[in-house]
Design a protein. Sequence first.
Length: 286
Amino acid sequence: MKRKALSVLSIAALIFASAGISFAQNAAPAADAPAKPEEPKVVEKSLGDMWRAGGVTMYPLGFFAILATTLIIYNFIAIRKKKFLNPDGVKKVEAFVNQLQIKEALDYCEKNPSPITNIIGCGLARADERGVDTDAVTAAMEEASVEEFASPYVLINYLSVTASLAPMLGLYGTVSGMVKAFNTIAAEGAGSASKLADNIAEALITTAAGMIVGIPSMFFFFFFKNRYGAIISSTSRIIGDLVFTMKMALKYGPQDISEIEADIEGSPAEVVEQAAASEESENKSE
């Protein structure tokens, strides 16, 4: 019995010993394995951090951004076809000119100022009811139109200036940042990664800021330029129609266009021409 008990105990001791050895062997590699490095945390920069990283160049770029935004809003409000051409006022002036009421037309232009009425008023100021020189009237209107349309176009041109200067300032910031980066390498070697990153960030942020300001400024410059060109073209047409109406009224006398005005489509000058043609045909038939 004692021998059996001893044999059982020895077998159990061997089992526990082998289990302990295997556990120690399995645990040893785990203890010897190197710990996994922690992943670096990505620090997100705010807009203020990027502004400060851009350096001194960001201040003039901020000024140009405010200037461009102001000019875009102003031109959207100011450059409007109805405001410049005043179609209702042109119809009334055309009616006065058709009746050769030059003084009344001039008074209306003075009491209702707008770009187109100012131009027409300058032309009518050189007209005399006793002997109207249409060439002098046309020349006066052309001179007045150049002066009248020069001032608003200046504010459109400032968008072109902003679109040109903003990327140049961004390029200046790029050069400044890269010079600082090379100075850091020369002074401390390539091991100063933090300072190099700050210098390169300055270079890239100013470049991006210059493009962000310059690209919309260039787009809206051409947008308002084309809109303004269309307004000037319409003004030339209105002046030509008004002078033609005056010539027809001087040649055939004041025309009564009220009866055919609703039946014909086109400008008032075309209405006057149709009325004069109908009157001339009636005179020939008589």
